[in-house]
Design a protein around this ligand. Sequence first.
Ligand code: 48F
Length: 256
Amino acid sequence: MELEQKITRYIVEYASRELVDYSNVDVVIVGAGPSGLTASRYLSESGYKTLVIERRLSFGGGIGGGGMLFHKLVIESSALNILNDFGIRYEEVPNEDLLVVDTAELMAKLAAGALDKGAKIIHGVTVDDIIYRRDPLRVSGVAIQWTPVLMSGLHVDPLFIDSRVVVDATGHDAEVLTVAARKIPELNFMPEGERSAYAELGERLVVEKTGKVVDGLYVTGMAVATLYGLPRMGPIFGGMLLSGRRVAELIAEELG
Ligand code: 48F
């Protein structure tokens, strides 16, 4: 066999085998931003088969943009133990309960930490719908499509992933919740849209309101603010990390 044929064969064979294996998981997390990556690490560490689906070809979601492209982010000291779990370095701001982290390090180490604990992350794939079941009503998985296919506007039917739990970690657009609310009105919720900036309140409420939306569907990160009409907080990220860990704890409690 020529090398070119081997390359094709091994990529398709190995990827297909894994896609088949991951067509049924404990948890699908939609979005590899700070909240999704954090959640995936703690869930994988607790032994749950966890798949992160990310539309883009990169990790970190909104981390990379820092604050108006300045390459630093602010994190509350209350999230310090999460930074330590991932081995992320920080600088302490004197006389404040605030830490400053580097955007590149935060992105890279959140992703590495999740992967090292066993999370599977697949890039270039978009979740564009959910799977649901009646009696009892619950979300039971997602429909997936290659991102470039969606960008091209071609009509191509998706494939599916079954999961015990789906987590919307898609950020400001709360895409999974939005499609679920629109297509399944009997789920009985509607994202309210986030409010203007009030960083302290937004940071607190986004963690408090993290959790289950309907059976089989959880929310973490900025999607929480969009769902419940909470204020935005801008480039302070402790809430995203704490929300990711919180959703992992709540899911672990439910799945047992
Ligand atoms: O936006 P994002 O970073 O979400 P997050 O974890 O963190 C929010 C902060 O970055 C920031 C903020 C904090 O103060 O305001 O915005 O809540 O990451 C969301 C990820 O989900 C991907 C998207 O590309 C990004 O990497 N994503 C969004 N929709 C889909 C998706 C989808 N339908 N399918 C797959 N990935």
